[in-house]
Ligand binder design. Structure first.
Ligand code: FE2
Length: 305
């Protein structure tokens, strides 16, 4: 029987009582999906999951994205369903490549994974294999409650607006030397600033570090509005911090949360985190690796950085 222990009154829950390393009954799967719809972020401790059971469990949420192949480079993990969210190279050694480290800096800014893709990522399931001694948490913010609490004048102002997103905008904000023209040249993807969150029927804000601009608004005004909305949504009453030990799994719904990676001593401490990611919608015949197009620019940018 699934046990649900809320973290904040409206957001985040610790789940227990179900062994998710084994095949689940329909009732247990349903209960976990319902908990996710309500709480936005759920955490299972000491799961006993390995790569295979992590992938198997993830399938209750939908179609798993395949991690991008990076120019044929060797990867550390043997399953393309697993995105490597570690600070380790293909041989398992701590990454020291300055371009790569700079590229990862944007992950420390509040964002929703893959908001720069036309078909977004819905759920992410992040499993800890090795945790740093200090730091390395994930911070999560509740964009449904933040929307609920916005002043009515702001709700009226943002209703119907479309945000323009790019992976390169968050890299630019993280310090990769890109101009706004570089970001625009790589292509922008549009999503509503206010979205109906289908699983709960509530509304949610959908802006973060990947959001460059608002359709029909100047760049300065866009940036100010995006900053104000992200600052509002990441006030302490909407934020939780998840600290990991090996075996801990956090699950978040990218369509009603923002998250950011917490700092740690990434040049000395190992952090081995592996993530499965679920596609918001999937139809047979869709490209399995749509990231490839976005990342085509990456090698060039890293050489430049
Ligand atoms: Fe992320």
């Amino acid at each position: 029987m699934l046990k649900v222990q809320p973290i904040l009154p409206r957001f985040g829950a610790e789940l227990s009582g179900v062994d998710i390393s084994k095949p689940l009954s329909d009732a247990d799967s349903r209960a976990i999906l319902d908990a996710m719809a309500q709480w936005g972020v759920c955490v299972f401790r000491n799961t006993g999951l390995d790569d295979e059971s992590h992938i198997a469990f993830s399938r209750i949420f939908g179609h798993i994205e395949l991690a991008p192949l990076r120019g044929g480079a060797r990867t550390r993990l043997n399953h393309r369903e697993l995105f490597d969210a570690s600070n380790l190279d293909a041989d398992g050694n701590i990454l020291t490549d300055p371009g790569m480290l700079l590229h990862k800096k944007g992950d420390g800014l509040w964002h929703s994974d893959s908001s720069f893709m036309e078909i977004r990522s819905s759920y992410a399931l992040l499993l800890c294999h090795e945790a740093p001694k200090e730091g390395g948490e994930t911070w999560f913010a509740d964009t449904r409650s933040a929307y609920d609490d916005l002043p009515q004048a702001m709700k009226d102002r943002i209703e119907g607006l479309m945000g323009e997103h790019s992976l390169w905008e968050s890299r630019r904000k993280g310090g990769v030397p890109l101009t706004d023209a570089d970001v625009v040249e790589r292509g922008l993807v549009r999503h509503p600033v206010v979205m109906e969150h289908k699983a709960s029927g509530r509304k949610a804000l959908y802006v973060g570090a990947h959001t460059r601009s608002i359709v029909g608004m100047g760049l300065e005004e866009s940036r100010a509005l995006i900053r104000d909305l992200v600052e509002f949504a990441t006030q302490p009453q909407y934020v939780i911090k998840v600290k990991y030990a090996p075996g801990d799994l956090s699950i978040w719904d990218n369509l009603c949360t923002l998250h950011r990676g917490g700092d740690y001593d990434s040049l000395h401490d190992r952090r081995d985190m592996r993530r499965t990611t679920i596609r918001e919608t999937y139809e047979a015949g869709q490209p399995e690796d749509p990231f490839a197009r976005v990342l085509d620019f990456k090698l060039k940018t890293l050489e430049d950085a």
